[in-house]
Design a protein around this ligand. Structure first.
Ligand SMILES: [Fe+2]
Ligand SMILES: [Fe+2]
Length: 202
């Protein structure tokens, strides 16, 4: 009995050790994502810190919707990485102060596909509603008018819809080359419409 008890204690200790390693791994993955995105966003002063805000807003929104903290953590990472595919855009498009041409716009609309492709082999980012899908579908819209695939309603994973709402809010309060930022209150009003479009409609 004593030997058995000792055996279990040892196994439990091993499992705790594994759990600790998983936690450390997730923290490391998170930190690497932050560094990667910071490097990318340094290219453009107008989008600097945008992904950090989206990551924080997405996390808060996920918790507010009652999702488990571990899922909110993953959505936070998706928030950091959602626009990573923009690294492929030239400065002439990324920093263009005026409206984009049709051809330029077609290129911009590919950034979710490019970003998702970058991470397709990362196992912990794969699967239904995982980080790759968050990147790939963060510009889809509930009404089917989004891109790149024009998915509708629940064809779009909830995690991607959460990031879309956070992305919209962050974009509203940020200064862009072509417009001034909205005030917090006005952005909140606008957000209610976007949120209704992406999260709450049946
Ligand atoms: Fe973070
Ligand atoms: Fe985007």
């Amino acid at each position: 009995m004593l030997i058995r008890q000792h055996f279990y204690d040892f196994e439990i200790e091993e499992l705790c050790c594994q759990l600790e390693r998983c936690k450390t791994l997730m923290i490391t993955v998170h930190q690497i994502c932050e560094v990667l995105v910071n490097l990318m966003e340094n290219r453009d002063p107008f989008t600097k810190d945008h992904s950090e805000k989206v990551a924080v807003f997405s996390y808060m929104l996920a918790l507010e919707l009652g999702l488990p903290p571990k899922v909110a953590d993953l959505i936070h990472i998706g928030g950091h990485l959602h626009d990573v595919g923009k690294f492929s855009l030239p400065d002439s498009i990324l920093k263009k102060p005026g409206p984009l041409t049709k051809e330029e716009w077609q290129l911009v609309k590919q950034h979710p596909v490019v970003g998702a492709k970058c991470f397709e082999n990362i196992k912990i980012f794969q699967g239904k509603g995982g980080v790759i899908e968050m990147i790939l579908y963060h510009h889809e819209r509930w009404d089917g008018k989004g891109y790149p695939y024009g998915l509708r309603k629940r064809e779009i994973p909830l995690s991607a819809r959460i990031i879309a709402v956070a992305d919209a809010f962050s974009a509203m309060i940020d200064r862009r080359p072509y417009r001034e930022p909205l005030s917090f209150d006005l952005a909140l009003e606008e957000l209610k419409k976007v949120q209704a479009l992406n999260l709450t409609q049946r």
